[in-house]
Ligand binder design. Structure first.
Ligand code: 6BB
Length: 654
């Protein structure tokens, strides 16, 4: 396992997990040479199974698409067992969360975003692709508040061009065009326009035009094409929605006409410009110069290396330098020996410990209680200037050690390189990683972290007790507990009680089809399952061992700035807010684990599959000094999540 992370950790410092949906885990990370933040999609090849082509499709498409409103691909690392995709960092999160936080957007704000969506989609179509999974969860907000389209795993590039028909039914049902759900052959660009119509409706209304918990009823509504027109919609909004949400694809507006539609032109008086502002044919002189000096190469040879666009460390360094330049930062790569970056952390404080399960670095397990410390060791090979050296300095980059509340990101996974020594004849550097979690959390005094079952009476358990409980649970799980269908591994998630969750009706259709055909990528193999049970047990025990080193917990909840995914309360005491929510969660059939003032929540289907994962964190806001509840969806259907969180918050007296 360690070897799979070797190449990744040579170039990136991993931080917290921000998504755990489907077949990929998404972590934040820092690019060591530029100190720029990135997002890393981590996939396990074995668990991918039949989803592997989807990943290949995504990589291929992203290599071919370079546009200001498409999330940038920087780097692809493939190892024996893993695929890591390093992507542009979008600290604003999903457009979906932005809409629900605001209830709905004004015409003006919706127009700003929708022009960017049309620009991205027109560009995608111009390159011969259809996206086929357009929805607000697949649009992220970058640091400049611009949208970036993600998730090209379901995109299609018909061989004969975009006018050729497609047959695969994919995407999310609520956004799927009528012709697509009827199983007819369809034109990808026409289906994308329908999804954009649903998306625009969601922007302007804050809910879906076609919605139902029952998928068949939902399909009937889509095929009828009748939706409510709320009174706040302007006549031009109604017009554009009507033109996009035409059941007959031939009567639907085309992207070409959308570019200069009166609704999109309002306040702009110019059509949407869909051309790329990121042409890969042009190389930036300053970035090439910096790279060539750093790598001690001529500018000419550096330019030809970059022009290969291999999406390797060179591409990543170049594109991230360019990102720095475009954001007014110095076009500078940080050498590993620059002393001014040595952080205050004394070397002696860093531990050295061997043989640690490397999965821990990957899984900052959401269901771990208390102050947990992992010691991870990875082996890094010597690799010219790109190799990580012993300079602890380079581990304090990207602000990962400071409170990143501005972006509402917890830097839970700090990593420090402890020591370096040449060890074997291949001149391999052994680097000790000290990954800690939990030390940003405040531990409310009276409440020891709990692993709590729905329907069970509330009980407070210590981490040691948890380990015993989990051991027992593991043994019984062997017979009864369903295997996590996402990973085929029995993780700590499987160890709390199952809960019924609201039926998901907007998950991807291809998933439904796969399941219907019994071709779940995670084939259940008895022997493998048993092995993973044991690994899971070892991992849990390792993780549940409380830290011997006492970490100084601050008193009270984390102090953060108010932002759109934070709901304010009228209560003055964070513990009371916490208690209120803790009382309500079991009544909504939500399992949770408390970690300081954070409640790591999840729901399960009747079959035990984890359908939703999200966090609720009680935090202290400034100006006004009120208690807030920060929410973050990690996995699951966005609209079901919205309703559930609304229900939890309205049911608790906060
Ligand atoms: C990505 C990202 C890029 O995230 C769970 C799934 C890029 C995510 C991000 C963020 C919040 C804060 C900071 C950074 C490409 N593909 C997927 C990506 C998927 C997750 C989005 C959030 N919900 N930056 N960020 F989302």
């Amino acid at each position: 396992m360690a070897v799979d992370y070797e190449e990744l950790l040579k170039h990136y410092e991993l931080q917290e997990t921000i998504g755990a949906g489907g077949f990929a885990k998404v972590k934040l990370a820092c690019h060591i040479l530029t100190r720029e933040k990135v997002a890393v999609k981590i996939m396990d090849k074995e668990s991918l199974g039949t989803d592997l082509p989807r990943v290949q499709t995504e990589i291929e498409a992203m290599k071919n698409l370079s546009h200001q409103h498409i999330c940038r691909l920087y780097h692809v690392i493939e190892t024996a067992q893993k695929i890591f995709i390093i992507l542009e960092y979008c600290p604003g999160g999903e457009l979906f969360d932005y809409i629900i936080a605001k209830d709905r957007l004004s015409d003006e704000e919706a127009r700003i975003f929708f022009r960017q969506i049309v620009s991205a989609v027109a560009y995608v179509h111009s390159q011969g692709y259809a996206h086929r999974d357009l929805k607000p969860e697949n649009l992220l907000i970058d640091e400049d508040h611009n949208l970036k389209l993600i998730d090209f795993g379901l995109c299609a590039k018909p061989k004969g061009g975009l006018d050729y028909q497609l047959t695969t039914c994919c995407g999310s049902p609520a956004y799927a065009a009528p012709e697509l759900i009827q199983g007819k052959a369809y034109i990808g660009s026409e289906a994308d326009i329908w999804s954009m119509g649903v998306l625009l409706y969601a922007l302007l209304c804050g809910f879906l035009p076609f919605d139902d918990d029952n998928v068949m009823t939902l399909y009937r509504k889509i095929m009828r094409g009748k939706y409510n027109i709320p009174k706040w919609l302007s006549p031009t909004s109604v017009l554009v929605l009507n033109q996009m949400l035409q059941v007959d694809p031939k009567k639907r507006i085309t992207v070409k006409h959308l570019l200069s539609h009166p609704w999109l032109m309002q306040d702009y008086s110019c059509p949407v410009d869909w051309h790329t502002r990121y042409p890969i044919s042009h190389l930036d002189e300053d970035c090439i110069t910096e790279l060539s000096v750093f790598l001690k190469r001529s500018k000419k040879s550096m330019s030809s290396l970059v022009t290969e666009w291999k999406y390797d460390r060179i591409t990543a360094a170049y594109l991230l330098l360019l990102h720095k330049k475009n954001h007014g930062k110095p076009v500078r790569l940080f050498s590993c020996t620059e002393e001014q970056h040595v952080p205050s952390t004394p070397l002696g404080e860093l531990k050295t410990k061997k043989n640690v399960n490397f999965e821990s670095a990957e899984d900052d397990d959401p269901y771990v209680c208390g102050s947990v410390e992992f010691m991870d060791e990875c082996v890094l090979s010597e690799d010219s200037l790109f190799a990580v050296t012993s300079q602890v300095a380079e581990r304090a980059r990207c602000g990962s050690l400071k409170d990143s509340s501005e972006n509402n990101i917890r830097s839970s996974g700090k990593q420090k390189i402890a020591s370096k020594k040449s060890e074997n004849k291949e001149n391999i550097k052994r680097v000790k990683m000290n990954v800690k979690t939990g030390d940003h959390f405040v531990q409310p005094e009276a409440k020891t972290p709990v692993v709590k079952k729905s329907y069970e009476k509330k009980s407070l358990v210590t981490p040691k007790q948890n380990a015993d409980v989990l051991r027992k649970a593991m043994i019984s799980c062997n017979k009864e507990t369903p295997i996590n269908q996402d990973t085929n591994q029995l993780t700590s998630e499987e160890l709390t009680a199952s809960a019924f969750s609201p039926e998901r009706r907007t998950r991807s259709l291809d998933m439904d089809l796969n399941q219907a055909n019994g071709e779940s990528s995670q084939k259940k193999k008895g022997a493998k399952m048993f092995g993973s049970l044991e690994r899971g047990l070892d991992k849990m025990i390792t993780m549940l061992t409380p830290s011997k080193r006492k970490k100084p917990f601050k008193d009270g909840p984390r102090r953060i700035k108010a932002q759109y995914n934070v709901t304010t309360t009228t209560m003055l005491n964070a513990d009371e807010v916490l208690n209120e929510i803790i009382q309500v969660l079991p009544t909504k059939r939500v399992d949770f684990v408390q970690k300081g003032y954070t409640l790591k929540c999840r729901t399960r289907s009747d079959f035990g599959k984890v359908t939703m994962q999200f966090e609720l964190e009680i935090c202290q806001l400034s100006k006004p000094e009120v208690i807030g509840i920060r929410r973050q969806r990690l996995k699951g259907d966005a609209w079901v999540y919205k309703r559930l969180v609304e229900d939890i918050l309205s049911s608790s007296n906060v």
